[in-house]
Design a protein around this ligand. Sequence first.
Ligand code: ZN
Length: 511
Amino acid sequence: MAESLDEAYKKLMEKIKDFIIFQSAESVIHWDMETMMPPKAIQLRSQQLALLSRIEHKMGTDPEIGKLLKQIKQNPRYDKLNNVQKRNVYLTKKRYDEETKLPEELVVEIAKQQAIAVDVWKKAKASQNFAMFKQELEKMVELKKKAAEILMEVKRTTTPYDALIDIFEPKMTAKTITQVFDELRTGLVRLLKKCESSKKHPNTSVLKRKISVDTQRRIAKALAESVGYDTASKNAGGRIDETEHPFTTGYYDDVRITTHYYEDMFASSVFSVLHEAGHAIYEQDLKQDWMYQPVGSGCSSGFHESQSRFIENIIGRSREFWVYFLPKLKEITGKTFADVNLDNLVHAINQVKPSKIRVEADEITYCLHIVIRFNIERDLFADKIKVKELPEIWNQNYKEYIDIKIENDSEGVMQDTHWASGLFGYFPSYALGNVYSGQLLATMEKDLPNWRKQLEKGKFSPVKDWLIENVHSHGDLYDPPQLIKKITGKELNVKPYLNYLNEKYSELYDF
Ligand code: ZN
């Protein structure tokens, strides 16, 4: 006897709930590995993780899910489902189809190649030898092309590379990104030249003042509190731990961030804490009713990055934030910053200085690093360029866009682990996040004309409430192109972000 629509939907959501709870448990074990695990545990931990990932795969590809999806989709009353239910069915089907259509041998081969390529990448990077890495990267690109061709059908994209982009930024295409990034690049290069030819440059020595790790931990807690990321109350849903590479992990009521503390570079933890707190509050402020449902999740990698960069840069590197936070910083650090002047500090934390390494880049050059990687990936997957040509193309692009000479491939094409890990299609979301953040800011300014004045007084809640209402509460109900339009009334558009940068940096650099 055929099950009723409601029954089938209920059963499907129960399965998904188990799957989501299982994934959240896995993420705590991953977090523990990065933060707390004693070194001797590594062998046991890798067995635990391998077993968990086998179980996860089994749960995610359970034929019962396929059966229920079919019953729901074919039910004549399907249209009676509301929008949230339909979205839950759509997201479940999309994930299920992707997981079941990729042949298991290919998935296993990619996982093995990831391990090999990352290992060889580390060695090749240490010895500045791209030739050593080339073959493994070629193999990885071939495997990802194979996977992308299969995913093209599931995701209904017109090119393999679009299928890879869709994993991180659903329904976004290389064609759209190319148009937006070309405009972004032109605007950023122009701004970079203006900053560089300015006579006004910051004194950044204040950023090198020594701050003990203990004191920096207190600064981190105060920063988290100031943007509404609770790590201290009895009912806190967050905590801050330490890892070399900062990250955020968790779900709704348990979202944790990490940072690193360098005694002579306190700003590094300041901005990583703000960045990760931006990711964390997004996850925590998703609609409570949607917990354990596919729709109860962030919209995309790019939207996640829009939230972290919003908090890190638009808020955290603004003058208004430091009007409020500098006295606090002085209080926490005793005499260290007693003589520091607000304008100098604000200019120092916004210094524009081209660098070879993406993760160290300032707001103006950051997206240029991403545009370079995106153009290379797109051409690589369209067979316009070959892996062996990567170092030369990389170095040319750095010279042309950022005016920097790359001395060796370790500080060039081999600086990021993404390609060794097979993460193609991921880079664009870093820059898309900035573009979205500019559009969000322009819209927010219309709704909250006084937000800067309030921020000066330490009142962040109007901004946070705006983000909750306009971004977080939509969860994964829409794909990114729809969501940005829903919030701002406009398609993806780079102008607001360039306007924001122009306004800010023309003041800082006097142009
Ligand atoms: Zn991030």
